[in-house]
Design a protein. Sequence first.
Length: 463
Amino acid sequence: MPADAQEAVESRIRAATPPHSVRPWPLPIAESAHVDAIARRLAACTDDAQLAQAEDDLSSQLQMQGTPLWEPADERHSRVTFVWIGDAPHGVALYLNRFCDVMDIADTLMARLGTSRVHALTLRVPHSLLSSYLFIPLPHPPSVVLHRGVDPERMQPLLAAACEDPLAGSHIVNKLVIPGRQATPRLAVAAGPAAMRRRLWEDEPVETIPVRSLRGTYTDVELSLSVWSHPDCDVTSPVFLLTDGEVWREQFPIASELCRLVQAGRLAPMHVVFLDSGGARQRQLDYPASPPQSGRMLEQIRDHVAGHVGQGPWIVAGQSLGGLFALLCATRHPDLVAAAVGQSPSLWWPAIDPNDLSTNPYATRVEPNCQWNSAIPPRRGWFQELAEARDPAPVLIESGRYDWVLVDRLRDAAALLDSQGALIGYDEPAAGHDVLQWQASLPDLLCRAFSHVSEPRASGERG
C-alpha cells in the first residue's frame, strides 16, 4: 500500500479510537461485614503457619460460595466485595468495567488485610449491577499521574498482568486481545441480586449457512457472512443484522434465546444475519463508514443473503462501534433499514477535528482502488447527520449508567431522536461498556424494535 494510502488508514484508525477522560464520580467505597469478619479471622492467627492455613481455608470457603460477595446496603443498593488471595508485593487493583481507569490504577487498589495475602475492596452499587471484572496484581508500585490520554507504554504492562478471579462463581469469555499473552483471562461476573440473569454463553451455537463474504472497507480483509433462520420463517419474517457476528454466533449464541422468545409469543420467527467484524482493527475501519460506504455495505449484504431471507423488515443491531454503524444506517438509509438497536454506540466518533483536512481520511487522496476519493466532504459526526436527516428510521438506544465516556452523549442522542419522532426508547441499566450487559438485554431490545416497526401507524405518523 502506498504511503499516502497507509497514512489515510492510520488516520481513520485514530478517528475511531475512543477518547480518554477522567471518571467524573468518586469510587463508591463502602464498609463490609464480610470483610470485617475475614479480617478478625486472619488477625487471630498467632504465627505464619496459622495464617497460611486460614488463607487456605478462606480460599476453599469462597471457592464453594463464589465471589464476589453481596450484602444489602439499603432498599436500592447492595455492598459488593471483591477478594483476591495471593502474593502481590505491589498491591492488587480491581479492574471492574467502567469503575476502573487503567490510566489511574491506584484509584481501585484493594486493601490488604493485615499481613496476610488477602486483599479486598467493597463498593456500594445498585442491586441491579451487571458488570465483568479482572484483577491486576501490579507489576510495579502504582503512581499517581496528572490526567492525560491513554499511554500504551503505561497501559500494556498492566493489562499483561491482568488475571481472572479464580474464586468467581461465574466467568465469561474475554474478547480483549492482550499483547504478549497467549491466553486471555476470562472475565468474572458481578451480578447483583436484581441483575438480569440471561446467560447466552451457556447456550450451544446453532448451525448457520455461510454465504458470500463481504470485502472490508479500505482493505482486502474478507468479512464472513452467515444466516440462521427460525424454522417457521416465511416471506414476511423480519431480518436481524447483527454486527460483530462472531460474538453472537459463537461466544454468546443468541439463536436459542430468540427461539425461546418466539415460543413465548414475544417475537415473530426471524432470520438472523451475522456480519463478522474481521477483528478489532478492521471494525475501526468499517463501522464508522461514510454514507456511500455504509449504503454499499448494506446493499451488498442484502444481495448476498437474498436467497435465504424474504421481504420482511431489516433491523440492524450493534454494540460500541457496531452500535455506531447501526445508528448511521438508520439515519442515512431508512429505505434499507426499518429500525436500529444501538447498545453503547460510539457517538464520540469522530475522535479528531472533522474540519482538519490534513488528518481527515475522507479528504485524503489515495490510490483509486482503495474505494475513497478526495471529493468526499470532511466527515461529520452522527449528531450533525441526524439533525439534517429528513426521515430517519427509528432507533432504540441502551447506555450503561457508568459508561462515563458515553452516557451524556447518549442521553443527548435520545433527546434529539425523540424531537424528531425517531426514538423507540432509551434504556440506562446499571452497567458499563460491557458485553455482559449487552448479551443480557439484546434479545429483549430486538423484541421491542420489531414490535415497534410491526405496529400499524396512523397516516403520516413516523417511525
